[in-house]
Design a protein around this ligand. Structure first.
Ligand code: CTP
Ligand code: MG
Ligand code: K
Length: 181
């Protein structure tokens, strides 16, 4: 696999996992998933993890995967790389998994005494990657192993934190997000 194919595959295959967090920021609000409950004197998840944000984020990721499937042939031809197609199970796994990974990170943050919005470098940038790949693997193991070869996976782990920093910085600057992480 040449470098262009590796990078194109990594970015394309992760798009349904990248979009949910941003959609959740735009759509978030309403009832928190933890219903305000606490554990050990701290919120289980906090007000930053809501049902509406989670549902909207998941829906946005799955919808994007379907749109990408419709466009993948011509774009792959243009780039001269093999097309990536998302089976529905993989699309749901990537999108919902990204949300679950982010929710899991909030659980860890609250247990370690970090208030809502506090940064946790490393976890903030990769929680959704781990969640997305893990749930996608549960729902469509063959697709994950065929798509995320070692070089593709390595590219994802390097490029995702960079993209996360840039997109969240932009979201902060345009006022969509309270913190730039
Ligand atoms: N959001 C949501 N539901 C989710 C994830 C995010 O409603 N499952 C919305 C919330 O409005 C949240 C915003 O997106 O405040 C930003 O997300 P994030 O940075 O993940 O949450 P934080 O508010 O920083 O909270 P935490 O410290 O728990 O990450
Ligand atoms: Mg945050
Ligand atoms: K987060």
């Amino acid at each position: 696999m040449d470098l262009v194919t590796v990078v194109a595959t990594a970015l394309w295959a992760m798009l349904p996992a990248y979009v949910p967090n941003n959609a959740a920021v735009l759509a978030g609000g309403g009832r928190p998933i933890d219903g305000g409950r606490t554990w050990g004197g701290r919120r289980v998840l906090g007000d930053g993890k809501t049902w509406r944000g989670t549902a909207a984020g998941t829906a946005a990721g799955v919808a994007l995967a379907l749109v990408l499937n419709a466009a993948s042939g011509p774009i792959a031809d243009l780039l001269g790389v093999p097309a990536v197609e998302f089976p529905l199970a993989a699309a749901v796994g990537l999108a919902l998994g990204a949300m679950v990974g982010d929710i899991g990170a909030s659980f860890v943050k609250r247990r370690s005494g970090r208030e809502r919005g506090a940064p946790f470098p490393g976890l903030d940038q990769l929680d959704f990657v781990v969640g997305a790949l893990a749930l996608a693997a549960v729902l469509d193991f063959e697709w994950v192993t065929a798509t995320f070869t070692a070089p593709v996976l390595a590219t994802v782990l390097v490029v995702t934190p960079l993209l996360h920093v840039v997109t969240n910085g932009i979201a902060y600057l345009i006022g969509a997000k309270d913190e730039p992480w």
